[in-house]
Write a protein that binds this ligand. Structure first.
Ligand code: TYM
Length: 333
């Protein structure tokens, strides 16, 4: 039976603490699928150094993020959890694929444009070739699906193009993966900037998984809405983006539809609605925070998971890499 399961793979950069966007856009969807799919999830630490990091912080976040993955429901028995830099095949395949990726394609990537605008003093080659490493991350494992938030769709599409180009020259080496984007949490916006995706770079509008309840309540109280006092809680993405974002968060957490939410808060103002959304978030994150806090203390356990994860991941990754090396003409001994 094992052999027939479809495969899923995804990753998150340990570039900051995990936040509600990562959780609702990615991890929550992964955790629900462990029985249905064969799952590989990793911390993309090699991607993280495209932007300058403090080494001690990166090291700490790389292990804390594993604790948080597990606390979010990713059972290490059912999912292969690993750190990207522990599996050297990522860098190895990335080099080969970079020779099958065009300069023009990489120049069109919106994340590159955004990040190079933000980090003008450090527009390094890694930032530019970042999507090639991401293609290698994915293609090494021959996954059927790559569950990501909306913002990563362009990178997965580029991965498909690279794989198709390679396959058209060498035959069926890579499986062509599908992006897997959930309808609900695909794009969570910042609480203070409802026009921009929630991200750690605007911490006051970003809810971190490890935030304590008071901090979360305060962030929701300050969430940007609008001055509509007649019919406040109404889903209108265009004209009421802040409210739509809060409704989306609430709907994703409670399973309620937008109509049900509109009914629930009929005749009530934002003074009732915003704390209610905050409360739903607090209650969802409470057990995650507590479990992560507990796990972080058991470093030997976490190291062991990383060790086993790297072993299992390398086994699969190596099979693909060998095939690729052979196809492109590298002499085998
Ligand atoms: P990263 O680390 O920025 O984000 C990790 C995941 O969280 C999703 N996400 C969001 N979803 C909804 N709303 C938001 N505000 C939000 N912010 C982040 C992202 O879409 C992503 O799914 N390049 C990737 C990491 C990566 C990767 C891979 C992913 C490296 N290699 C291979 C998949 C497969 C990134 O920077 O995601």
């Amino acid at each position: 039976m094992e052999e027939t399961k479809k495969r899923m793979l995804s990753g998150i950069q340990p570039s900051g603490d995990l936040h509600l966007g990562n959780y609702l856009g990615a991890i929550k969807n992964w955790a629900d699928r462990a029985d249905e799919f064969e799952c590989y999830y990793f911390m993309a630490d090699m991607h993280t150094i495209t932007v300058r990091q403090t080494p001690a912080d990166l090291r700490k976040r790389s292990i804390n993020q594993l604790a948080q993955y597990i606390a979010c429901g990713l059972d290490p028995e059912k999912n292969v959890l690993f750190l990207q830099s522990h599996v050297p095949q990522h860098a190895q395949l990335s080099w080969v694929l970079s020779c099958y990726t065009m300069f023009g394609e990489l120049s069109r990537m919106t994340q590159f444009k955004d990040k190079s605008a933000k980090h003008k003093d450090n527009i390094n080659a890694g930032l530019f070739t970042y999507p090639v490493l991401m293609a290698a991350d994915i293609l090494l494992y021959q996954p059927d699906y790559v569950p990501v938030g909306e913002d990563q769709k362009q990178h997965v599409e580029l991965t498909r193009n690279i794989a198709q180009r390679f396959n058209s020259i060498y035959g069926d080496v890579f499986k062509i993966p599908e992006p897997y984007i959930s309808k609900m949490g695909a794009r969570i916006y910042g609480l203070t900037t409802p026009g921009e995706k929630m991200s750690k770079s605007i911490p006051e509008g970003c809810v971190f998984l490890m935030d304590d309840p008071d901090t979360i309540a305060r962030k929701f109280k300050r969430a940007v809405t609008d001055s509509d006092s007649v019919n406040p809680v109404r889903y209108d993405r265009e004209n009421k983006p802040g409210v739509a974002n809060l409704m989306n968060i609430y709907a994703t957490l409670t399973g309620k539809s937008f109509e049900e939410i509109e009914k629930e808060f009929e005749g009530k103002g934002y003074g009732v609605f915003k704390p209610a959304v905050g409360e739903a978030v607090i209650e969802t994150l409470r057990p995650i925070r507590e479990e992560a806090d507990r796990l972080i203390k058991d470093k030997a356990y976490l190291d062991d998971i990383y060790r086993q994860g790297a072993e299992r991941a390398s086994y699969i990754a190596n099979k693909t890499l060998r095939k690729v090396y052979k196809k492109v003409g590298f002499y085998q001994i």
